[in-house]
Design a protein. Sequence first.
Length: 290
Amino acid sequence: MGNEVSRLRREDLEAGLPRAEGRGNSSKHIHRDPDPELPPRRNRHSTSSRRQRTRPFEDRLYDGAMNDRIAVLLEKGGPGPGGVGSKEPVVRLRVLQYMNLIHIKRLIAREVSLMSERHHVTDSQMDRVRVLMKDYVGALRDLQYMLEPASRFASTASFLRNQFYLNMVNDSAILECEGLVDDDYKFPRDGYDIRIPGYCGYGGRSYKIENHREFLGRLRVAVLTGLSLIAPMLFMKLINNLIAQLVTASAAVLVLGAILAYIEEMQKKDVVAGTAAYAAVLVVFIGTSG
């Protein structure tokens, strides 16, 4: 991206660069006008109220990635507080993608600033905008892939999600080689050996284990669904009292509704439909048994 944008910018400027007069040698100074593609710098005040705005953008981008309270770009490993325990070094590639998006948005804003200053656009500028927008949309798609489950198999999705981190479990050799591990961090020397992941994925041993786990999960759901119907009906049949039956049915409907709402895959309409169908079954049972 950067090379192509730079090339387009140079091509747009070549026609406007003045040449030195005469037959001077190559060491003769050639006067160059300020870059017409860059907007003029606005005067910035050095007051304390605007000190944060006068800091270079690159410094603020670095601080934003390293000082975030929730997820920072890099956490260097070292002894824990008071010398108890240890903190593993972690590099979050997702934060790098956020930084990439911010950088591209800054370049887009720079082009918009040029349009505003010059009150017109050039062909080369629109070519740069095309390149920037293509890169920005591609970065958004990559971020979507990083945030959403990449596979319907839980083990595969978890394995791929772990690739968005550089940690001591899988990447200890990389972190140690690049100096991202503090000397005080306690880690066995043989732990820095490079290991190829043994995950087999679809069709392999890992897939069979995952498929067996999914079967057990579906079986548990089937058993619990049957019990959610059989248990209230059995209780209402043993206690032949209309008030007790209505209270039992109401409590069962509320419990089932809460369970359905807790499931992430369930949408609001699915929760309403499932709860209403369950309530209808219990009401019909009360009516027929009475």
